[in-house]
Unconditional design. Structure first.
Length: 381
């Protein structure tokens, strides 16, 4: 591990343009098939999927969420979530960095100016990768302004994609205490990315630490407020994408748990597999429903629609994470002694599920409870 200057060749031709949702699904299915064969080996040896990442960037999938106004197909949230789940079933680390990219574009969609949307969505359509840093109380980035010039200083952690990103979104705080998103080109002077991601799961997601030292930006780098006083469709989108990764991890674990163990199929084992199949179907159905709720909230962005979308996506994220962890545990009970062999690497499902579920369950449940308006005395039941 150490300081990273560049892990990808940025001298590459523009990405393929995807014109229809069904084409996006076909491209994703082909990419997932390419990711699958060496995913376990990459996890064991912590080898980054560099060739596969270039395939992602050239595939056209980085631009499928771009709105029609900037020549995108404005893909539905349901199909986008299924694409993420499909990739996660093959390699959740690649799916995780893809989610980080999509989340930056979602912020641009709702917070960016018309000029920013046109410029940055075009870059995504050409195959450039975006990554978002995680905001925390411990790691802060200061933003100062002098006329039209801005300086950023500090450090932040990115959980996925930052090692390979062409653009890095950082949450920065100005002198008045306002939180802003700044978008920084990977080759900017004053930007250092450190390859210090050492999680036991999602080992090749390309996380790391971003260090900013007297980095100068123009005012076009400011995207907008990164912290809202109320839940927004951006929150729902983020939770939906995280849930899709967990559904993919759960599907991969179920595939291994459903393999016949040596000695034949016992009735108790078959019953348990059936119960696990039900949980997986429930999580998949919730993912579809949450995506539809978000579609409606994005079209009719009133407070009730947004609240419903946020509630549905958050609940889906919780259930998908729980399902992924349950199925990952079940692998060891149902796959027999072979499940513990290092070469089989079946523990990666458990490690990936646990590492991806970074948000505390109680915190999400508390937020969920707050989305339901409390009844006042005398209200009709």
């Amino acid at each position: 591990m150490g300081t990273v200057s560049q892990l990808r060749d940025r001298n590459r031709p523009p990405a393929m343009r995807i014109g229809k949702e069904e084409d996006a699904v076909a491209v994703a299915r082909a990419l997932a098939a390419r990711l699958r064969p060496k995913a376990s080996l990459r996890d064991i040896e912590r080898q980054h999927a560099l060739e596969e990442l270039e395939a992602l960037c050239s595939s056209g999938l980085l631009g499928i969420s771009a709105p029609a106004e900037v020549d995108g197909i404005d893909i539905s949230n349901g199909i986008l979530a299924e694409i993420v789940a499909m990739l996660a079933e093959s390699d959740p680390s690649v799916a995780d960095l893809y989610c980080s990219h999509l989340q930056v574009l979602e912020i641009l969609r709702w917070e960016g100016s018309d000029e920013q949307q046109k410029a940055y969505f075009e870059r995504a359509l050409q195959g450039e990768l975006f990554s978002a840093c995680a905001q925390s109380q411990e790691e802060t980035v200061a933003l100062t302004q002098n006329g039209s010039i801005f300086r950023v200083e500090g450090r932040q952690t990115a959980h996925a994609g930052v090692l390979f990103a062409d653009w890095i979104a950082v949450a920065a705080r100005d002198a008045a205490g306002r939180d802003e998103i700044v978008l920084i080109p990977r080759q900017a002077d004053g930007l250092t990315v450190i390859d210090d991601w050492d999680s036991f799961g999602q080992r090749t997601a390309g996380g790391g630490t971003v260090v900013l030292q007297n980095l100068v930006l123009g005012n076009d780098a400011l995207i907008g407020a990164s912290k809202r006083q109320r839940a927004t469709s951006i929150t729902a989108f983020s939770d939906l994408m995280h849930a899709a990764v967990d559904v993919g991890i759960a599907r991969a674990a179920f595939s291994d748990a459903a393999r016949p163990a040596p000695g034949g199929q016992e009735t108790a084992a078959m019953i348990r597999r059936g119960r696990l199949a039900v949980r997986l179907e429930v999580a998949s159905a919730l993912l579809e429903r949450a995506a539809r709720q978000l579609d409606m909230a994005q079209v009719n962005a009133d407070e009730d629609s947004i609240r419903a979308a946020v509630l549905s996506a958050m609940a889906t994220r919780l259930e998908a994470a729980s399902t992924a962890a349950m199925l990952a545990d079940a692998v060891f009970d149902l796959a027999g002694d072979a499940a513990t062999r290092i070469a089989a690497n079946l523990d990666r499902h458990w490690r990936n599920a646990r590492a991806h579920a970074r948000t505390e369950t109680d915190s999400l449940l508390q937020q969920l409870g707050g989305l339901y308006p409390a009844k006042q005395a005398g209200d009709q039941a």
